[in-house]
Ligand binder design. Structure first.
Ligand SMILES: CC(C)(COP(=O)(O)OP(=O)(O)OC[C@H]1O[C@@H](n2cnc3c(N)ncnc32)[C@H](O)[C@@H]1O)[C@@H](O)C(=O)NCCC(=O)NCCS
Ligand SMILES: Nc1ncnc2c1ncn2[C@@H]1O[C@H](COP(=O)(O)OP(=O)(O)OP(=O)(O)O)[C@@H](O)[C@H]1O
Length: 297
């Protein structure tokens, strides 16, 4: 089972820098901006639809998409941006799915997607990583280091979620307000401290202890985390369908919890309600023995 990590951040936050390092550490990176380019390449149906909606002014002399021209249109006009997204997002989703499926079974797939929060995609990932830098610093980097026009950068920032909304969606915040060296160390820590143990944990089918094997305090804390994710107290039985709801799954993962089938295998997405007549909730932290066994009511 691949471990899918969502990576996002505002424009200019350092996502590309982080995803390049994750790739060098062994992750398979699926880059939504690159996919977005591919699906509107010369001769594609995507490009034809854009030409139909936005007219010849956004097509360059060589027949390719004039990206700066289209950017000028859509980042100043929310309806035009929605129209563009209605064309491109289904194509981007389909192509990304193919790339996910092509990844080796035991891979860590890092999905670098600028609009993860805006599109409510948090529940798609085992871990959501947000690269965090205050807006004014991102603006400075975009203008000074990438030579972007300040007004153009501001209008893209306005088209995106704000820093608070992104932070609220994060399982892990990677602060990138320091130097590139600071960032490199943080990403190394993220890889060795969170991602690799998480993957090993999944691959092993969560070794070790039976439900109830944690200390009493640990088991109690686990129960409280599950109840917080569900938004209600747990009875003896739980409808596993309730655990499959995207908001709940996301809430469980944000609290570092994994849903397993009764035999201890990690439940695949949307399969907590599979064949088994019970589910087990475990802490994603390999050091914790706490397990909660829930009968299927
Ligand atoms: C408008 C386009 C042609 C401008 O192209 P350009 O080469 O100037 O920018 P590029 O695609 O490299 O994007 C750079 C950054 O702009 C921001 N951005 C791009 N699209 C959007 C959008 N729809 N809403 C908010 N921000 C966006 C992201 O931070 C992205 O990383 C292009 O961004 C586009 O086709 N956007 C629609 C597809 C999309 O939503 N892409 C985002 C990834 S899902
Ligand atoms: N800690 C840092 N200190 C200084 N410069 C940085 C730092 N992190 C990233 N940068 C630079 O800031 C710019 C933006 O970084 P990067 O391209 O990785 O961001 P991004 O989030 O991928 O942007 P986009 O949203 O446009 O895809 C780049 O020029 C990058 O080299």
């Amino acid at each position: 089972m691949t471990l899918r990590v969502g990576l996002s951040g505002g424009i200019g936050s350092g996502k590309s820098t982080v995803s390049a390092q994750l790739a060098s550490l062994g992750a398979v990176v699926v880059d939504a901006d690159a996919v977005a380019r591919e699906v509107v390449g010369p001769g594609t149906p995507g490009l034809a639809q854009i030409a139909e909606r936005f007219g010849p002014d956004v097509i360059a002399a060589d027949g390719s998409l004039d990206r700066p021209a289209l950017g000028q249109v859509v980042f100043g006009d929310a309806q035009a941006r929605r129209d563009l997204e209605a064309i491109t997002h289904p194509l981007i989703r389909r192509r990304s799915q193919q790339l996910f499926e092509a990844a080796p079974d035991d891979a860590v797939v890092a999905h670098d997607v600028p609009l993860l929060v805006e599109l409510g995609m948090g529940a798609d990932y085992a871990l959501t990583v947000i690269v965090d830098v205050a807006e004014e610093e991102r603006l400075r980097r975009l203008v000074e280091l990438r030579g972007m026009d300040e007004q153009a950068a501001r209008s893209r920032i306005r088209a995106q979620a704000d820093d608070g909304q992104r932070r609220a969606a994060a399982d892990v915040l990677v602060d990138n307000s320091g130097t590139l060296d600071d960032l490199r160390r943080r990403v190394d820590d993220l890889w060795s401290g969170r991602i690799v143990p998480f993957r090993e944990h999944l691959a092993d089918g969560i070794p070790g202890s039976a439900p109830g094997a944690g200390s009493a305090g640990e088991d109690e804390r686990l129960r409280a985390r599950v109840e917080a994710a569900l938004g209600r107290p747990l009875g003896e039985d739980v409808d596993p369908g309730a655990l499959d709801e995207p908001g709940v799954r996301h809430g469980l993962r944000r609290r570092g919890l994994l849903v397993l089938t009764g035999d201890g295998q990690a439940a695949a997405e949307g399969r907590a309600s599979g064949a088994s007549d019970e589910v087990v909730i475990a802490s994603a932290d390999p050091a914790s023995a706490a397990r909660l066994r829930l009968g299927v009511g």
